[in-house]
Write a protein that binds this ligand. Structure first.
Ligand code: GTQ
Ligand code: FE2
Length: 359
């Protein structure tokens, strides 16, 4: 018996391998086996990190921008995005979500434009700006959620002597990654400077459980431009009342929540963005949960704490919180705590990538 004759020595193999990798690179190829753990981790490994921005820092900076930086055609908006420290240099709260504070000074106008990105405004405080969505002036007031769905023209105007600031949420990063962005300028300024209390959209769509028979069967995004705080607040209060009477209605004990929906379909108000308001009763703490997809929360009222992947931080009014995919979230209310939340969940649900796990 003779042993098998080796076809190559160890060092010959290594040299041949090295040449193979060089040739892969030259021909624009990358083999899976060098990347597998990064490409296909056992569980999500987001580059975005949990992070909190405090309103007490955001607002004064926005006001300084108000003094120094004009708003107008080109830059379009005095909007200052939060930038996740795990995504350095990018104006992204998470890989898919844009969150910005937008500031409009007395009598200023942000000119009309449209884009394929979906947008909303959530008003923490103040009032007196109108956002004009496809020619329909929509009043912005504390606690309201205002929609500007993709490809609707929109501009904002402040006919009052007081400045106003609010939170913008958009799917800008998602649309950037997917190369689906289109943008067009509209009229300079805002043509219709009227200041109605109720928009046409609310007068047509803003009646619970009633849809106009004249309306199209379903639209991808909600035709309702404004979700008013008085309705949101009443819905949350009623859930807790009904629960106190011993009936179902709340998400979990002491935790009421509502989702803003498209009245033509009952699904999320915007195709790419889930928007919700949560109310946690003083002294309650939520179950810890992790989900695929990322979210941004803003404290609307009250105080408490949030624990993100085990790290606990106090929360105050206006704080903006980035929650990366699969990060474990638990909330505690010191006083009654109202929080606005938005996320990219509709995209994950549509693609069957949504997962949720309670600890
Ligand atoms: O108000 O139209 O924060 O187009 C980012 C992009 C706000 C807006 C942002 C926008 C807007
Ligand atoms: Fe816009």
């Amino acid at each position: 018996m003779t042993p098998p004759i080796p076809t190559s020595t160890e060092s010959e193999t290594t040299a041949a391998e090295r040449q193979l990798y060089r040739d892969f690179a030259e021909f624009g190829l990358i083999p899976l086996w060098t990347q597998r753990a990064d490409l296909m981790p056992a569980t999500p490994t987001p580059r975005a990190v949990p992070h909190i921005w405090h309103w007490g820092d955001l607002y004064p900076l926005a006001a300084r921008a108000g003094d120094l930086i004009p708003v107008g055609r080109g830059g379009e908006r005095r909007a200052i995005a939060v930038s996740n420290p795990g995504l350095p240099g990018l104006p992204y709260a998470t890989p898919t979500l844009w969150a910005a504070i937008q500031y409009l000074g007395p009598y200023e106008v942000a000119p009309a434009h449209r884009h394929s990105q979906n947008a909303f405004r959530f008003v923490l405080e103040g009032e007196g700006v109108w956002t004009v969505v496809d020619g329909d002036p929509v009043a912005m007031r504390r606690g309201d959620l205002l929609l500007t769905p993709g490809w609707c023209f929109h501009g904002h105007h402040n006919p009052n002597p007081r400045p106003m600031a609010w939170l913008d949420g958009l799917d800008i990063p998602f649309v950037a990654y997917t190369d689906a962005g289109f943008f067009e300028f509209g009229e300079d300024g805002v043509h219709d400077r009227s200041t109605p209390h109720r928009s046409r959209s609310e007068r047509i769509w803003g009646h619970p459980g009633l849809r106009p028979v004249s309306a199209p069967a379903a639209t991808a995004n909600s035709p309702l431009a404004a979700y008013r705080w008085e309705h949101t607040d009443a819905a949350l209060a009623a859930q807790l009342e009904v629960a106190a009477e011993g009936h179902p209605g709340v998400l979990e004990p002491g935790h009421a929540a509502v989702r803003f929906t498209n009245p033509t379909t009952g699904s999320d108000a915007l195709t790419t963005l889930r928007t919700e308001m949560h109310r946690i009763v003083a002294g309650q703490r939520t179950a810890a949960v992790r989900e695929t997809g990322s979210a941004v929360w803003q404290v609307f009222e009250g105080s408490g704490a949030i624990t993100l992947d085990g790290a606990r931080t106090d929360l105050a009014r206006g704080d903006v919180i980035a929650v990366p995919s699969w990060c474990e979230v638990a909330l505690e209310a010191r006083t009654d705590l109202d929080l606005f939340r938005f996320s990219d969940t509709p995209v994950f649900e549509r693609l069957d990538l949504a997962r949720r796990e309670y600890s």
